[in-house]
Design a protein around this ligand. Structure first.
Ligand SMILES: [Zn+2]
Length: 479
């Protein structure tokens, strides 16, 4: 069913005279406006800018506020990563090198109740940080879609499927355990879940085709995924070029880089997202003689899901964000790991771009905000998301610029990204519906979700004898 078009004479919800707006100005991109109104009828914005003179059913004062579009998390795993809090943050821990980390991952198996607890926590965490749309990369679990709907978020459900399970003993080489049917049954199951997401009565769910990793899927499965995505009009995603071990293994298997391999299979394209394309042939650790990968990504219009925090924790860096952008590669932002805070991820992305490049201003806050809004919306096929513009979805965030962490408010976006982050997020609306009010998530009881997450983590941890040896506490526990 087509969305109901708002009638301008219908009464609107209106934020009056916001101190600051981040409005969409077409070719110019996002711009600041001062003392403007934002109004919406139902799920659509009907006014962004000067005084709104139409009928109003509810008025919200914009004094002390920044109103901006909600950010879009292009790559996250809410049903997994919250469970790992307190275990995996420190690569510097000598007992948590690759083998220990792998032993941890293999033993810390999340079952349905644990996945649901993690997701409930993770979805609330993203809402509280001003996120209005996400791509949820999960292995399907019971109750998944209903939980996504209940969260109030706009979600692309991406049920992951693959031909093989992977592990590594050393971090230098990846090993695989191939299934008998090479992923056919898992792909068929994922198709069913994708259809269910698209048909979900909440109408905020869509789906995305996601063979899990480039190296865990056969070429047949990757090709079939790409064909299916294009036939059904869905975006496409896989993890690729994530580690030097994966790069080298794929180079041995196919005599070309993972990016070249995906290009030759017809997987790349302007509706394709790659998490995370860090180890391209341009990465200095690889000493690879060619320099084709960035050009292939750019020429095909492929989007890279850039998630700097999870790589930084492993001592790994994109080389470099500004080089990707200069080559014309499209960049969107995701969190991948916890915390699922895209505002902090923007800060990390810009800071690490400078670390990689030296003192360069090729990257700036405007480009990162564009990545977190417009670029993500574009690859998801949605010109009505990621922007405050008449006719766009009423997915917006109200930040409190009067908070000390936001001041001085010379430049509210910089104050938000480099200072306050989620602490300034006051209200969040998705489809015009309040999902965070006065900093409190309305759709999920977050404190209760945190208690449940803690209990589920403790339940799984209790069954793993050597866990404290693998991931000891930051400080010794003494009586
Ligand atoms: Zn991921």
């Amino acid at each position: 069913m087509a969305a109901q078009e708002p009638v301008l004479s219908d009464p609107a919800v209106c934020i009056r005279k916001a101190d600051w707006l981040i409005a969409w100005n077409g070719a110019e991109g996002h711009v600041y406006r001062r003392d403007g109104d934002v109004a919406w009828v139902g799920d659509r914005l009907v006014h962004v800018g000067g005084p709104y003179r139409g009928p109003v059913e509810r008025e919200i004062s914009g004094a002390g506020c920044l109103v901006m579009p909600g950010v879009i998390n292009i790559h996250c795993h809410p049903s997994q990563t919250p469970l790992f809090r307190g275990f995996v943050e420190e690569f510097g821990n000598p007992r948590l090198f690759y083998s220990g980390r792998q032993r941890f991952r293999q033993s810390f198996l999340a079952d349905g109740p644990a996945q649901r607890a993690a997701a409930r926590y993770g979805l609330a965490e993203m809402l509280a940080a001003g996120t209005t749309s996400i791509v949820d990369l999960s292995h399907a679990y019971e109750g998944w879609l209903d939980l996504l709907a209940e969260s109030g978020l706009r979600v692309w459900a991406a049920p992951m499927f693959r031909s093989a399970r992977w592990w590594t003993d050393t971090g230098q080489e990846i090993k695989y355990d191939w299934t008998a049917d090479l992923g056919d049954a898992a792909f068929a199951e994922a198709k069913t879940v994708m259809d269910e997401a698209d048909r979900h009565p909440c109408r905020r769910l869509s789906s995305l085709v996601s063979p899990a990793q480039v190296d865990t899927c056969t070429s047949d499965l990757l090709v079939a995924s790409a064909v299916f995505a294009r036939e059904t009009g869905r975006p496409l995603h896989t993890h690729a070029a994530q580690s030097y071990a994966e790069f080298n293994g794929m180079a041995r298997r196919n005599t070309r880089t993972p990016i070249e391999w995906l290009h030759d299979l017809g997987f790349l394209g302007d509706t394709t997202v790659l998490g995370h394309a860090v180890f391209t042939d341009a990465h200095p650790w690889l000493h690879w003689p060619t320099r084709r990968d960035l050009r292939l990504l750019a020429e095909t219009g492929t989007t890279v899901a850039h998630c700097p925090t999870v790589f930084a924790r492993d001592g790994t860096l994109l080389h470099s964000l500004s080089a990707y952008l200069a080559a014309g590669v499209r960049i969107a932002l995701g969190t991948d790991t916890h915390p699922q805070n895209l505002l902090e991820e923007m800060r990390m992305a810009e800071t690490l771009a400078r670390v990689a490049d030296g003192p360069s201003h090729a990257i700036d806050t405007a480009r990162l905000f564009h990545a977190a809004t417009i670029e993500a919306a574009r690859v998801l096929g949605r010109s009505d998301l990621g922007r405050l513009a008449t006719g766009a979805k009423a997915d917006l965030v109200v930040c409190d610029v009067a908070r000390p962490e936001m001041r001085p408010v010379r430049d509210p976006l910089r104050s938000l990204v480099y200072g306050a982050a989620d602490r300034a997020v006051r209200d969040v609306f998705v489809d015009g519906r309040p999902v965070v009010t006065n900093g409190v998530v309305q759709t999920i009881d977050w404190p209760q979700a945190a208690e449940r997450l803690e209990a589920e983590q403790a339940r799984i941890a209790a069954d793993i004898a050597a866990l404290d040896g693998i991931a000891p506490l930051a400080l010794p526990l003494r009586s």
